[in-house]
Design a protein around this ligand. Structure first.
Ligand code: PLP
Length: 401
């Protein structure tokens, strides 16, 4: 027996396991709609032209590869927060945002959770929507927070349970920590409307809650990054105590670059200094400092008027392709004549469609049709194309009728 002989086998990640099964499938018509990564009309990973151009320019400059500081590349951090809060944001004008570069969205969430546990106390509850991105739960728990849920998604309508959401926000203890998806909710594709956000804000203020915004899809919901920042900007301008976790994985197609940002809206520049010093104390023993490559790319794109305009156009292009795939998938499945209501395919937004399929139906999508999706009923719309929509629709029809 060795020192590690008693270690039990850990559970496989459901998405990574699905990718493995997809690779092994010999079906010539197999489709992967599991992973939440954008694909083009040919089903291939997509590199943005603005990113390609930024990489070319950066390479030409032959920059050094020294460590960046604990908080990352300052220029990147400035661009990242302006991108989220808006150039004319009162909290930025008043220097009230403490921000650091992070290891994409996951890293931002992990540091934020650690920070909350440290200063609100271990075991502090964090309220997450029911449903939410699966990783939210272990990220928060590993930092010592206790995860609780609020109502969000209605199985009955495949839409938002707005009354439940508001009731639960009101019923939480005052000054609770509440995680909100900024836009393009994962996995449900269901976001509040602007009027509903106004009402969520009112309850959050009434109860003096602290909000942890997860913004992993800015630009992906509507195709317009400014429109998608609506909730973030609304809450920041209203003076809500908030933290914001940004990812540049999806909107810039920089998945493996691990580039993101964590920011905390403070009351004053002095408070910013304190919070920033503590964020650095969380980061330093965790991973010391973040990688530089992705941050340089985002800085180059957002810092150059032409590349920035190109990014807006390319992001819009990705969102538009996904919307068109939604329309096509709905048309195709409705054409097959089920009495089931499929309108949620087009009413939901962002990267995902939450189909309402049962786990058993999802299993049949995989085993009978080689349409690889997770057992929670989620389809990544990024994997749906004009070419494969009829096949996916036929599979949906078959397992539900
Ligand atoms: N938050 C949500 C809701 C997500 O869906 C994801 C990725 O799927 C992330 C955060 C983090 O992604 P990453 O760490 O790749 O930026």
């Amino acid at each position: 027996f060795g020192a590690f002989s008693d270690i039990p086998l850990g559970a496989a990640d459901p998405i990574l396991g699905l990718n493995e099964a997809f690779k092994q499938s010999t079906s010539p018509e197999k489709v992967n709609v599991g992973v939440g990564a954008y694909r083009d009309e040919e089903g291939k990973p997509h590199k943005l032209d603005c990113v390609r151009e930024a990489q070319r320019r950066i390479l030409e400059r032959d920059l050094d590869l020294e460590y960046t500081g604990i908080a990352g590349i300052p220029e990147f951090v400035s661009h990242a927060i302006a991108f989220a809060y808006g150039n004319d944001s009162p909290v930025l004008r008043e220097d009230r945002v403490a921000a650091v570069q992070s290891l994409s969205g996951t890293g931002a969430l992990r540091v934020a959770s650690e920070f909350i546990a440290r200063f609100r106390g271990a075991g502090t509850p964090i309220y997450v929507p029911n449903k939410t991105w699966g990783n939210h739960i272990p990220i928060a728990e590993n930092a010592g927070l206790s995860v609780k849920r609020y109502r969000y998604y209605s199985e009955g309508t495949c839409g938002l349970d707005f009354e439940g959401l508001v009731e639960d926000l009101r019923a939480m203890p005052e000054q609770s920590v509440v995680l909100l998806h900024a836009c393009a909710h994962n996995p449900t594709g269901v976001d509040p409307t602007e009027e509903q956000w106004d009402q969520v804000l009112a309850v959050v203020q009434e109860r003096d809650h602290t909000v942890l915004f997860d913004s992993a899809y800015q630009g992906f919901a509507s195709g317009d990054a400014d429109a998608d920042a609506f909730a973030i900007r609304l809450f920041a301008a209203a003076g809500v105590d908030m933290l914001l976790c940004q990812s540049f994985a999806k909107n810039f197609g920089l998945y493996g670059e691990r580039v993101g940002a964590l920011s905390v809206v403070c009351q004053s520049p002095e408070e910013v200094e304190h919070v920033l010093s503590q964020l650095k104390l969380v980061i330093r023993p965790m991973y010391s400092s973040p990688p530089i490559s992705g941050a340089r790319i985002v800085t180059e794109v957002l810092g150059d008027a032409a590349l920035r305009a190109k990014w807006y156009a390319e992001c819009k292009g990705m969102a538009t392709r996904i919307s068109a795939a939604r329309v096509r998938l709905r048309e195709e499945v409705e054409r097959l004549g089920t009495d089931r209501d499929w309108s949620h395919i087009t009413s939901q937004i962002g990267m995902f469609c939450f189909t309402g399929l049962t786990p058993e139906q999802c299993d049949r999508m995989v085993s009978d049709h080689a349409v690889f999706m997770t057992r929670d009923g989620r389809i990544s719309m990024a994997g749906v194309t004009q070419a494969n929509a009829p096949r996916i629709a036929a599979a949906l029809h078959d397992v539900t009728c």
